[in-house]
Design a protein around this ligand. Sequence first.
Ligand SMILES: [Zn+2]
Length: 256
Amino acid sequence: MLQMLSSLLHHGSSVPENSPLPYTVKVSSRAKNARLKMTPHGGLVVVLPEGFNKKHLPALLQRHEAWIKQAAARIEVHRPEPLPLTENGLPYTIALHNSNEKWSVVYNNQGRRVLDVDDAGGRRLLLSADVADAELCRSQLLTWLKRQAHKHLIPSLGKLAAAQDFKYAEALVRLQHSRWGSCTSRQLITLNTKLLFLPDHLVRYIMIHELCHTVQMNHSKAFWALVSKHDPLWHTHNVEMKSAWKYVPAWVSAQS
Ligand SMILES: [Zn+2]
């Protein structure tokens, strides 16, 4: 299983004095220590254990200033050019990296709650729904996205498995918050819909990773040796996965 490095958290933001970046504080009953994470669309998040005296926050941020700057810079350098959005954050264009398809979304505000797919040549999605109802529109688009994931990701997993001599019982796609993929002991492989937005070499790495779990249900040395046989650059790819959420547009990442 591969966890996404970061998650989106929406809590009250505050801008501290002497800090270069705004940040969000989250108090977690599960956190043992204070920790920092840089999130794709929410910026810096400070996770504090219960009872942490916020008086110590400025010192904490100062101590990790170098890391914060570095993490923020990394996001800016590699963040794909953001595509135009409607006023309430819905996409006009959906660029699927994995299948190399660009879809335009036309909103026609008729409130009929239907999504028509015009695949004739222009690759257009016609969404007849109240555009002001962002959640409704978003869920319609996500349903369509999941169908795309099924159409593209499941066959490529099948091809890769056949070419590399792996067997699995079943594969499905889900829109998941924190896992790129998983594989059960019954060899059911689940792929995250969000993989549609990732470059090919990373999608392949995730697929190889999960296929190797059909042989090794752990992250032992034997597991990584097997991964390395099918993806010699696995280590670089594994590191790249830590910031791969940057490829996923905000309207898809947002938690509902
Ligand atoms: Zn794994």
